[in-house]
Design a binder for this molecule. Structure first.
Ligand SMILES: [Zn+2]
Length: 232
């Protein structure tokens, strides 16, 4: 198994362990070091089922260049974001329940927990062009444009996408976004949050709490727990 495939397998296992799966839907991709496209799981498999045999290389026009299996219809999410963002090495797309429920409320995410810190000040964007699949390159480009320089984007009536320089950060951002949305839903259900971090504190916490070392520690933890749980 080469390093890139291993990263996709580990990302998928971590997402499964963190509860971000949706049966066989949702995907994580890693940029091909030679610029041929993205390494991503094949369609028809759940995050917890992914091993080297279910990861393939997909080109920007949707051709499966290496490996086997049917490619996901939503591959343009990955290829078009990576085309626009040269700093991005990994893209995660999830239909996790809390972020989907939160996105439907059309309220701003507030930094009421550490988890929301990467997505506030500035507020993470929302993609409102469609709640259907991002199944064309044009929609992928539009999504990438709306994402801008953010760590993640909510897709109301669909899910979310998170990105990072590597799988550790992109996966952790997906996990943090789901938790941030769940925490705010909890607060909203109890009458709504009354206090949250201001911009200055949020920016401080971004470096203190979610620096690459901390993101890496969370990623390693998810990897260990996924292995213990026999999630690949
Ligand atoms: Zn989707």
């Amino acid at each position: 198994m080469n390093d890139v495939v291993r990263e996709v397998v580990q990302a998928s296992g971590a997402l499964a362990f963190a509860g971000l799966g949706d049966m066989v839907w949702g995907h994580a991709s890693v940029r091909d070091p030679e610029g041929k496209g993205v390494w991503i799981k094949a369609s028809g498999w759940g995050f917890e089922e992914i091993d080297a045999s279910t990861v393939h290389l997909v080109s920007p026009d949707g051709a499966v260049l290496t490996g086997e299996g049917k490619r996901h219809l939503e591959f343009p999410i990955h290829t078009e974001i990576m085309a626009r963002r040269t700093d991005v090495g990994c893209v995660v797309h999830t239909h996790a329940p809390a972020l989907a429920a939160f996105a439907s409320m059309d309220v701003e995410l507030q930094p009421i927990s550490h988890d929301a810190v990467p997505f506030t000040y500035p507020q993470l964007p929302r993609f409102t062009e469609t709640g259907a699949l991002i199944a064309t390159r044009d929609l992928g480009r539009s999504l990438a444009e709306t994402l801008g320089d953010a760590h993640g984007i909510l897709m109301p009536n669909h899910g979310a996408v998170t990105v990072g320089p590597d799988a550790a950060s992109a996966v952790m951002y997906a996990v943090l976004l789901e938790r941030a949305c769940r925490t705010q839903l909890l607060a909203l259900a109890a009458g709504g949050p009354k206090v949250w971090s201001d911009e200055q504190e949020t920016r401080f916490k971004r470096d203190q709490i979610w620096n690459p070392g901390q993101l890496g520690a969370g990623w390693e933890y998810l990897g260990r727990r996924a292995a213990q749980a026999d999630v690949h």
